[in-house]
Design a protein. Structure first.
Ligand SMILES: *Cc1c(COP(=O)(O)O)cnc(C)c1O
Length: 403
């Protein structure tokens, strides 16, 4: 079969469900926010209502902010991170997890992830711990809740604070516990691709309501709630969410549970079909992960079955077949942003690569599909699997170009 990339017929002739999903409810919410006549949170009620609703859904008090990166930065400011403090982050994550640490004055220290769940591996933590380790930031990769039991026990043992990066994990549950039930800070994102969105947006979930006033002031140039006298308690930035974003997010939250159920059902179909294709290994699942909202449909190519396959070519070919496919995140230390730290507190890139074999593998051989493919039908999933099988059969012989 000729690849669409080479002029053949694409497997998909029509698109998958669109994302973001929206209808009259978002339109009405926006009009309601406009008609308030007050478009920032201090004058309106949409942000406050959204915080209450999102917090009730996740089991903890919530402060809405401008985006997920800022939620991470603000959380680290609240924890009092000091220059040179070390923060353990997964080597395999979207770069904001580690850039937020750099912006807060800390040193992100990458640790490897689990080969099955792609989440921070508790067994990798001892090797990276030093006297300066203050915080550990597990990422719930694609919505799979990290092993917070083991990571939490390790953190307690060593006086380290856990801060969840829940940018992929709206509505996720691990052994009966929602994100807020773990009693730690957690950062969410509402960027355009995320599971709920207002184009941009974020939220910081707090371990307890006691911290809300401090968090509020720190997301508002240090001004406490209700301040009219220009009191600035801390040299903080402005991370306030707009009323428009919150109005849209209230509607999006209402769709989350049904969409998650749909994605869970479709992923069961798609993962089974992918497992039938030689050398394709879908993201696995810890049985403790009870609700996995599937922000991304992730898989990696087995190096034994496909020793020389060009993953970037596979992704390009899938896109030509009409599949919304993307290459995985590179390990954080393989970016210019992170290289700014080299020679200071961190080992060099070659040593980091040796210490993080799973992140290296996922960065080089992993790919993901937009979660909108999981909002369709089982027939849509069959098309995805057909395209993956077609592409792999065609590119199996084409070697990775030398770099
Ligand atoms: C999207 C994302 C963020 C940052 O969120 P923004 O809202 O885009 O700033 C942080 N961490 C992870 C893992 C993400 O995927």
């Amino acid at each position: 079969m000729v690849l669409a990339l080479d002029g053949g017929t694409p497997v998909r002739r029509h698109d998958f469900p669109a994302w973001p999903h929206h209808d009259d409810a978002e339109r009405e919410a926006l009009v309601r926010a406009v008609d308030q006549g007050q478009w920032w949170r201090v004058g309106g009620s949409e942000v406050t209502s959204f915080e209450a609703e999102f917090g009730a859904h996740h089991g903890g008090p919530v402060l809405a902010v401008t985006n997920g990166t800022h939620a991470l930065e603000l959380g680290l400011e609240i924890l009092g991170l000091q220059p040179g403090d070390e923060v353990v982050v997964p080597a395999f994550t979207f770069i904001s997890t580690s850039i937020a640490v750099q912006r807060a004055g800390g040193v992100p220290v990458p640790a490897d992830v689990d080969p099955v769940t792609y989440c921070l591996d508790p067994a990798a933590l001892d090797a990276v711990r030093t006297e300066r380790t203050r915080v550990v930031v597990p990422v719930h990769m694609a919505g799979h809740v990290a092993d917070l039991d083991a990571i939490g026990a390790w953190a307690d043992r060593h006086g380290v604070t856990v801060f969840q990066d829940a940018a992929h994990a709206h509505g996720a549950v691990r052994s009966g516990r929602r994100i807020g039930d773990f009693g730690t800070l957690a950062a969410f994102s509402f960027q355009n691709g995320k599971l709920m969105t207002a184009g941009e947006g974020g939220a910081l979930l707090l371990p307890s309501a006691d911290g809300f006033d401090d968090a509020f002031a720190r997301h508002s140039c240090g001004r406490p709630l209700g301040d009219l006298d220009y009191e600035h308690r801390s040299p903080s930035s402005n991370y306030r969410m707009t009323e428009f974003a919150a109005a849209v997010l209230r509607v999006q939250l209402g769709r989350l549970t049904a969409q998650t159920e749909r994605r869970e059902a479709r992923w069961t179909t798609l993962a089974a079909a992918l497992r039938e294709i030689p050398g394709v290994i879908p993201q696995g699942r810890d049985p403790e992960c009870e609700v996995h909202p599937h922000y991304m449909a992730m898989a990696a190519l087995d190096p034994e079955a496909h020793p020389d396959v060009d993953r970037d070519l596979v992704v390009r070919a899938l896109v030509a077949e009409g599949i919304p496919a993307f290459v995985n995140y590179p390990p954080v230390y393989r970016t210019a942003a992170h290289a700014a730290l080299l020679g200071k507190a961190l080992p060099d890139a070659a040593e980091l690569a040796e210490r993080n074999p799973v992140s290296e593998h996922l960065g080089a051989r992993g790919l993901w599909l937009h979660h909108r493919v999981l909002l369709g039908t089982d027939a849509d999933c069959a098309d995805v699997a057909e395209a993956v099988a077609k592409v792999l059969a065609a590119v199996a012989g084409k070697r990775r170009p030398a770099r």
